[in-house]
Design a protein around this ligand. Structure first.
Ligand SMILES: [Zn+2]
Length: 169
């Protein structure tokens, strides 16, 4: 069961339920946690608590994840100050994506059913994107969507302007 996550490509986007109901042993789950073992994507910004990574998905340019740097499964596993600090980063990413990408809508999601390590999806949505108005994890609503480009450097500088300088990756 735990080996199933190891071969998962780093660009995983759609979270699938585990096939087994066997409870995880926390120590073993951490040992095989993809988000403890790798950044989870190109890092756009980071501090001591969390990092913002770009999700390289051709259907969803600008899709970002905010990932806690240490392992925890649930938001309520964090101290209250860290909960607030992490949510402040999520909201900053939302604000930056609204300003830089100008989507019709932002989707915020925290699932973690496949990778139970605290992370937030911040997804710019357009009315003509592949899944709108359904979540990006649903069956596609259309075969293709207009190509859009998002400049990662513009996101990096906007995040630094809003959150302060990024620590080195
Ligand atoms: Zn982890």
């Amino acid at each position: 069961m735990l080996l199933a996550t190891i071969g998962m490509p780093p660009s995983w986007r759609r979270e699938r339920p585990r096939r087994t109901g066997t409870p995880c042993v926390e120590k073993l789950a951490v040992a095989s946690c993809e988000l403890c073992e790798s950044p989870g994507g190109p890092v756009l910004w980071r501090n001591a608590l969390a990092r913002v990574v770009a999700v390289e998905d051709v259907d969803y340019p600008g899709f970002c994840r905010v990932i806690l740097n240490r392992h925890a499964a649930e938001m309520t596993d964090l101290a209250e100050a860290d909960q607030h600090a992490l949510l402040a980063v999520v909201l900053a990413v939302e604000a930056v994506l609204r300003a830089v990408v100008r989507p019709h809508k932002i989707n915020l999601a925290s699932l973690g059913n496949v990778v139970p390590h605290v992370h937030w999806h911040v997804i710019p949505r357009f009315r003509d994107d592949r899944h709108f108005p359904a979540p990006v994890w649903a069956a596609p609503a259309r075969a293709s969507a207009p190509a859009r480009r998002v400049d990662a450097e513009a996101l990096r500088s906007a995040l630094a302007a809003r959150l302060g300088p990024s620590l080195a990756a």
